[in-house]
Each structure stands twice: as C-alpha cells, then as structure tokens.
Design a binder for this molecule. Structure first.
Ligand SMILES: [Fe+2]
Ligand SMILES: [Fe+2]
Length: 267
C-alpha cells in the first residue's frame, strides 16, 4: 500500500471505529437524562445525529479516495469530537455541582470525554503525519487503555443488580487486577527512558494481554446474558457490546505492538 493509501486506510478505520463509539456515547448520555432535562436530551440527540452522518460519510469512501477529501473528513470529525468533549465536560460539571441528577455516573461521563480526547489526538497525529515512536506508544497506550478497561469493570460491577453477587465480585476482582496493571504501567512511564527496553515492554504487553483477555471473556458472557435476558442489571445491550468492542480494540493493539517489538532489534 502506498503512503497516501495507508493514510486513507488508517483514517477511515479510526473514524469508523471511534466515530461509532462517539455516537453511542451521545446515545448513552441521552438515555441517562431525565424527562425534565429536554435541552440536554436535545443536545445529546444532536451529537448522535452528527456522528451518524460522519459515519455514513466515512463508509462512502474507499481506500483509493482522494487524500484531500480524507484530510477534510478528519478535520470535520475532529471538530465534532471536540464539541462532544466540551458537552461531556459541561455535563460532568453540572453533575458534580449537583445542578442536575442523571442516571449516568460521573466516572462514566469523564470516561467518555477521555475517549473523545484520545480520538482527537489520534486524528491530529494522522493529519499531521506524526508517528509516535514504538516504545512511547507501548507505554502511553497501556496507560490509556488499562484505565479504560478498569473503568469498564467498575461500570459493570455497579450496573449489575445487587442480587448478582458472584458477578459483582468477579467484576470487582477484574477491576482490582486492572488497577494494579495500570499502576505498573504508570511506574514504567515514570522510569522512562530506562524502562523502554524490549524485554520490559514485552512483559508489559504480555501481562496486559492476559488480564484484558479475561476481561474480554467476562464482558462477552455479560453481553450474551443481557441479550438472552438472563441477567439482572441496568446494562443496555448496546453498552455491553460497546465495551466488548473497546476491549477487542486494545487486544488488537497489543498484538500489533508485540509483532513490531519482535520484528525490531533485540536489547
Ligand atoms: Fe466508550
Ligand atoms: Fe469505554
């Protein structure tokens, strides 16, 4: 694939994956607002429609699309995401100052805004043609995704009905393990650049993969139970699927890192 096609392919892949995620965040926020919050419901619906149109536009392009068109699509997506991010931060402020009560947890709103900020950063890197050095990417992505995964375990644990005792314990255990891994990754972040040897980074990837695979399996069980109406919870079926897709995204990234590290020079 030539450089231009690679840029188009990467951009469309990012915009389609994260664009759908942003659209679903808007939907989850909308579902969390109460009937006496029509303005917020309207704003959330606006973002849902906005990201739906971006998604539709992005699937209309092929890998042979003109580079300039994709640069524009990326910019438009960046704008939309930055507005969604600002909306989420505003909602968080309203919740924490007790101006509104919604059914979305503050950590969920913060979490969604962190994913928006991450997406904006990815688009910016793509459009500017910046490629983060592999050792930095391994640490940064682990710090970002382990926190996201740990949040998911906490959301599941808190959205389960209190009578689902065993599953709540399982979710809390996963959350604890992921927190430990996250702190380890943060420690390695502080030890840079000394911590960026092939062996140290490989172990980080291995340990993350092991626990994230367990989380993935747990999420898949939860998703199936929600879909088959076998679970007592307030988990929306789309949220169960959404969290599973994000875990898959992290697992794919870990595979890519492992492959690149194995291909690179040994130290
Ligand atoms: Fe998400
Ligand atoms: Fe998430």
């Amino acid at each position: 694939m030539c450089m231009s096609n690679l840029f188009v392919n990467r951009s469309l892949e990012e915009v389609q994956f994260w664009g759908r995620i942003m659209k679903e965040h808007a939907l989850f926020l909308r579902l969390g607002f109460t009937v006496d919050q029509p303005k917020l419901i309207q704003e959330a619906s606006h973002f849902h429609n906005l990201f739906e149109s971006i998604e539709e536009k992005s699937v209309s392009f092929t890998d042979n699309a003109d580079r300039e068109h994709i640069v524009r699509l990326n910019m438009e997506t960046y704008q939309a995401t930055s507005h969604l991010w600002a909306f989420e931060r505003k909602v968080l402020e309203l919740i924490l100052s007790c101006k509104i009560i919604t059914n979305s947890y503050p950590l969920f709103v913060d979490h969604a805004s962190r994913e928006a900020a991450y997406f904006m950063n990815r688009i910016e890197q793509l459009n500017k043609g910046i490629l983060e050095p592999l050792p930095d990417a391994v640490i940064n992505e682990n710090v970002f995704f382990l926190r996201i995964m740990s949040d998911h375990a906490k959301f599941i644990s808190h959205l389960l009905d209190p009578s689902e005792r065993n599953l709540i314990t399982e979710a809390a255990d996963l959350s604890y393990q992921l927190d430990q891994l996250l702190f380890q990754a943060v420690d390695l972040e502080a030890m840079r650049p000394a911590s960026q040897t092939g062996r140290v980074l490989s172990r980080l990837i291995e340990e993350s993969r092991l626990t994230v695979q367990s989380l993935y399996d747990f999420k898949r069980t939860i998703k199936e139970m929600v879909e088959e109406c076998r679970l007592r919870s307030v988990i929306h079926p789309l949220l169960a699927d959404h969290m599973l897709r994000e875990a898959q995204r992290f697992l794919d990234l870990l595979d890519r890192f492992e492959a690149s590290l194995t291909a690179g020079p040994k130290d």
